[in-house]
Design a binder for this molecule. Structure first.
Ligand code: DQA
Length: 136
């Protein structure tokens, strides 16, 4: 099984960004643990701060991979373009968030992509990604 993980803006700063919300582990270090935990899965990882690059990656893998795990960061709440990209591909997408977006500011309660996704996992720290893997 092939799973693509896509992280959006500011998630390259995990480990040093707002540690009280996002924790102190880098995504790269978590990703190594994930690959050990799910040995039979082939993972690919992509991060970009640029909306169009996230859309291009969804198009690139979205007819071929078995699943996409997407944390679109702040674009979750604003990007109709990423929502349309998810709707336009055949690979199922799971939306994930490290923090519980519903316990935060009201502008984080809306997602422009959730309705196009297989499901949404929010609030379990970096283990939101492991829980998403279990859904495929
Ligand atoms: C986030 C939640 C978003 O609201 C925020 O803009 C992020 C990270 C999360 O993983 O908790 O950048 O997607």
């Amino acid at each position: 099984m092939k799973i693509q993980i896509i992280n959006g803006p500011n998630l390259n700063l995990l480990g040093k960004r707002e540690e009280q919300i996002y924790g102190s582990q880098t995504f790269e270090s978590y990703f190594e643990n994930l690959k050990i935990k799910f040995k039979d899965i082939t993972f690919s990882y992509f991060q970009s701060n640029i909306e169009g690059e996230l859309i291009n990656k969804i198009h690139e893998v979205g007819f071929e991979f078995d699943g996409i795990i997407l944390n679109a960061g702040a674009y979750t709440h604003t990007s109709i373009g990423i929502g349309d990209a998810i709707a336009g591909v055949t690979t199922p997408v799971v939306e994930v968030h490290i923090s519980n977006v519903y316990s935060r500011e009201s502008y984080r309660h809306e997602s422009k992509m959730a309705k196009h996704c297989k499901g949404v996992i929010t609030g379990f720290g970096l283990d939101s990604y492991a829980l998403a893997v279990l859904s495929f």
